[in-house]
Design a protein around this ligand. Sequence first.
Ligand code: MN
Length: 212
Amino acid sequence: MDERTFRERAKDLLARHSRSRLVQLPPGCGLLVDDWLPPDEADALMGHCLESLQWERPHVRLFGREYRIPRRHAFVGDATVRYRWSGLEQRPEAWTPPLAALRERLQAAGFAFNSILVNHYRNGADGMGWHADNERELGEAPVVATVSLGEVRRLSFRERGGEGREAFDLPSGSLLLTSGAVQHHWQHQIAKSRRQLGARISLTFRYIHSIG
Ligand SMILES: [Mn+2]
């Protein structure tokens, strides 16, 4: 999706949510909606994900080294989608009704997705290092939607080859949408923390194209 279309659709959402703001990640941008889900709905969805999804902690290859990811993850999507990352090829598990309903809502706002990469950060010792969501199967300008549940964690951004730094504390029930240019020009991470932190789940909606 091009930047102009993203901004137009983001503006529609901005007008409908009082606790929302546009954030600049030049030349891209993001839309942060703090109250996308009411608290009780966010809690119920977190319980649903913990009970229903097939959680794994796979070993991945990164920079020639094999290690076990410091978090749990699950992958949900349309049956034909395949996700390749860090030497793995993953088949999705099927949409559950609550997750399908969440996708419908994003779709109604003009953002199409066919899968969710779900991460479970069990406590402050879990995290994710610097990276961009720029795998080839995400296409040229991938919009990513992140719905956060549970503990507030800080998502940090750093500009590639530049001085830009941004960070957002993502509350339970919030939605962060990032435009395609963000993945080209910025990296992001969930830093580990020495503080006592409860569990957080992030639902990261993507559109994965099939590549021959
Ligand atoms: Mn990511």
